[in-house]
Design a protein around this ligand. Structure first.
Ligand SMILES: *[C@@H]1O[C@H](CO)[C@@H](O)[C@H](O)[C@H]1NC(C)=O
Ligand SMILES: *[C@@H]1O[C@H](CO)[C@@H](O)[C@H](O)[C@H]1NC(C)=O
Ligand SMILES: *[C@@H]1O[C@H](CO)[C@@H](O)[C@H](O)[C@H]1NC(C)=O
Ligand SMILES: *[C@@H]1O[C@H](CO)[C@@H](O)[C@H](O)[C@H]1NC(C)=O
Ligand SMILES: *[C@@H]1O[C@H](CO)[C@@H](O)[C@H](O)[C@H]1NC(C)=O
Ligand SMILES: *[C@@H]1O[C@H](CO)[C@@H](O)[C@H](O)[C@H]1NC(C)=O
Ligand SMILES: *[C@@H]1O[C@H](CO)[C@@H](O)[C@H](O)[C@H]1NC(C)=O
Ligand SMILES: *[C@@H]1O[C@H](CO)[C@@H](O)[C@H](O)[C@H]1NC(C)=O
Ligand SMILES: *[C@@H]1O[C@H](CO)[C@@H](O)[C@H](O)[C@H]1NC(C)=O
Length: 294
């Protein structure tokens, strides 16, 4: 904070400080002194000191100010105190016909922390919204709302469908006339299935336990949540459900297990794989032959 005034005024200000019931950081002398510009943050306290005439009329931008819930005018001490500065308190304060004190209320900036670009499908992210400096008793919310704590946007798991989604952080408070907002646009690293291969032996014997393995490769890794990887098995074009997906970040195995196979298990087995939200569906098929026992 920069002040330019005479030692005489400094003496005066110290006296005011000891009398100021609520401890006010900012004491601004008005009158008998060239213009002074004071910068405060929303919610801070500021007191103006009328140095020449304690009963003179206080004005903001030329309009009379009277004692109310917001302005505290003390004609004994000659001070105008604003306990909690609002965003629209910016302006020129005068008492009587004296010089001007310019008050500038700094509008906080919204700070968004956490990664929201190049997100990996299946990862989880928390994106926090705060203001710098903070506004007392402000309410911080995401729009559309997040299921978690109001100032943190949680996306878990990230899906391809989140790409290009826009979220807006809205900061509202009685001390600001218009809510502060900041929008972010999520970007998700594109990924799709690049290859699907079904592996099995060319023939099995009745009573064998058969594992058909579908190996799926992706253009970009996903995880740790792999629910976006959609794998469907078909036997002769009819869907079968029983399969396990496991594997690492960009290569997965889906294993179809057939216990104690019989002749009715013979047929064409197809594995179809895609990333939910991607247009690319790849598939591979294998003909499974079952032979009678020798
Ligand atoms: C101080 O201000 C009051 C009210 O505006 C006025 O009546 C009075 O004459 C002023 N006194 C001086 C010395 O300027
Ligand atoms: C006004 O200022 C005087 C002198 O500083 C102080 O004694 C008095 O308590 C103040 N009145 C109010 C209502 O703050
Ligand atoms: C996202 O990643 C690509 C390469 O993987 C890079 O070129 C780009 O700058 C990144 N974008 C952001 C916003 O980090
Ligand atoms: C996302 O936005 C970028 C740039 O605005 C655009 O090029 C791209 O097509 C969009 N993607 C989707 C899936 O809408
Ligand atoms: C300043 O904003 C407050 C709400 O934050 C409002 O009640 C008051 O009327 C506004 N004052 C002016 C002069 O616009
Ligand atoms: C197939 O699995 C069953 C039970 O799961 C087991 O009893 C049987 O021995 C297995 N057959 C072969 C050939 O491994
Ligand atoms: C997949 O899981 C099965 C059983 O859960 C395991 O035997 C197999 O080794 C796993 N394969 C890979 C590639 O992790
Ligand atoms: C794909 O994702 C949407 C949500 O974006 C979900 O409703 C749907 O069930 C998913 N489909 C599959 C096959 O997982
Ligand atoms: C599997 O995916 C292919 C596209 O690669 C599609 O033509 C076919 O109809 C799908 N099979 C089934 C049974 O859905």
């Amino acid at each position: 904070m920069e002040y330019c005034f005479s030692p005489l005024l400094i003496l005066l200000i110290i006296v005011i400080l000891s009398n100021c019931e609520a401890t006010c950081n900012q004491i601004v002398p008005s009158n008998g002194n060239p213009s002074i510009e004071t910068r405060v943050s929303i919610g801070e306290c500021v007191a103006f000191q009328c140095t020449l005439n304690h009963t003179a009329q206080w004005k903001l931008n030329g309009a009379d100010i009277s004692n109310d819930a917001h302005y505290n005018i003390n004609t004994t001490s000659g001070t105008l105190t604003i306990q909690e500065v609002r965003s629209n308190d910016t302006g020129s304060y005068t008492c009587g016909s004296g010089s001007i004190s310019l008050l500038i209320v700094k509008i906080p900036v919204i700070i968004v922390t956490g990664q929201y670009t190049n997100l990996t499908v299946g990862s989880s992210v928390g994106i926090k919204c705060t203001t710098m400096p903070s506004i007392p008793n402000s309410v911080i919310q995401w729009d559309p709302p997040s299921s978690s704590d109001n100032n943190e946007l949680i996306i878990n798991p990230v899906m391809l469908s989140h790409n290009n989604n826009t979220f807006t952080c809205v900061v509202s408070s009685d001390l600001v006339s218009m809510s502060l907002t900041e929008s972010i646009t999520i970007s998700v690293l594109d990924t799709s299935v690049s290859s699907v291969t079904v592996q099995s032996l060319s023939s099995y014997v009745i009573g064998d336990n058969v594992s058909i393995v579908c190996t799926i490769s992706l253009t970009n890794a996903i995880g740790p949540d792999v629910s976006s990887l959609v794998v469907n098995w078909f036997k002769n074009n009819e869907m079968i459900t029983d399969n396990i997906i496991n594997g690492s970040s960009s290569t997965f195995n889906s294993i179809l297990t057939l216990k104690l196979v019989s002749l009715t298990d013979a047929g064409v087995y197809t594995c179809n794989a895609s990333i939910n939200g991607s247009d690319t569906i790849l598939s591979d098929s294998k003909l499974l032959c079952i032979e009678g026992t020798h």
